[in-house]
Design a protein around this ligand. Structure first.
Ligand SMILES: [Zn+2]
Ligand SMILES: [Zn+2]
Length: 279
């Protein structure tokens, strides 16, 4: 499979010269099958969804958008995706099943309807379907997807494990493992859902919003970068990719973060927008 990082930032977009190299768009990852011209599975719809436009070579998007949760940095790209808002597009949007049983359109309408936005989700052009997804195993666009709930803050959040039968990518952009306890190294519990999602993955994309000296900010629902590295190491992931950078984390600071893990096994990369992984 081919994994395109279209947005790697958390919380808010980060425009400006200090953020050019790693990129300022919020969470979005597009996945294509080997040899396919275009991605068919998109994880999250932050403003990075606009970047998926460039991967479609002028064609409409025909595939699935899978949201980890509904926070703005994972959803506000939806109405700004021209290849999805197109008469010939065919989009199946899935979001985590809600504890109160609300359907997907009702949930999305909480952020996308007047007076917050000019139109509601069903006004998008093309053939859009909206559904919730339950924890468990699913077949989506020819990929096997395991969805498991992970602790975050303010709304049900899923981590995903996506496999094409040859390669596996694990996506856990927003994760607060400290709510389950400090764990062995103080960065949070290496709990069963996180370990199962990341087990043996070729690529583990993990929340790296915080640095160790910012741990008190975990009350906002995020992980320290070192937790993702510890999880990838314990779960036998081949490569760890630190993802969901704090919106004020500059390129120089992210270089410094990368430098801390030079020579680490497994390798640790700091997510940069525009990166393509061929797995
Ligand atoms: Zn987020
Ligand atoms: Zn979030």
């Amino acid at each position: 499979m081919r994994v395109h990082l279209c947005g790697v930032r958390g919380s808010t977009p980060a425009p400006g010269f200090e953020f050019i190299r790693y990129g300022g768009h919020t969470a979005c990852v597009a996945i294509a099958h080997d040899g396919a011209a275009a991605p068919s599975l998109v994880l999250d719809a932050g403003i990075g969804l606009q970047q998926v436009h460039k991967l479609l070579n002028g064609s409409p998007f025909r595939g699935t958008i899978l949201l980890s949760h509904l926070h703005w940095d994972h959803s506000t790209g939806l109405p700004f995706f021209p290849r999805g808002d197109d008469d010939t597009a065919a989009v199946h949007l899935l979001l985590p099943e809600q504890a109160d049983g609300r359907d997907a359109v009702e949930v999305l309408s909480g952020i996308m309807r007047p007076p917050y936005f000019p139109v509601g989700p069903t006004a998008l052009r093309g053939d859009w379907r909206f559904d919730t997804i339950a924890p468990g195993r699913h077949e989506l666009q020819g990929f096997t997807v395991l969805a498991l709930e992970v602790p975050h803050k303010g709304g049900r959040t899923f981590g995903y494990r996506i496999s094409d039968g040859n390669s596996t990518v694990c996506y856990m952009p927003d994760h607060c493992p400290t709510v389950l306890g400090p764990g062995e190294d103080g960065f949070g519990e290496y709990h069963p859902a996180a370990l199962e999602l990341a087990s043996g993955a070729d690529l583990l994309l993990h929340d790296a919003q915080l640095l160790p000296d910012e741990e008190e900010m975990a009350v906002y629902g995020h992980a320290v970068a070192d937790y993702g590295v510890g999880l990838g190491t314990r779960a036998g992931a081949a490569t760890v990719v630190l993802f969901h950078h704090r919106s004020d984390r500059t390129d120089d600071e992210l270089d410094e973060l990368a430098g801390r893990f030079t020579g680490h096994a497994p390798p640790v990369l700091v997510a940069a927008e525009g990166t393509i992984f061929e797995l």
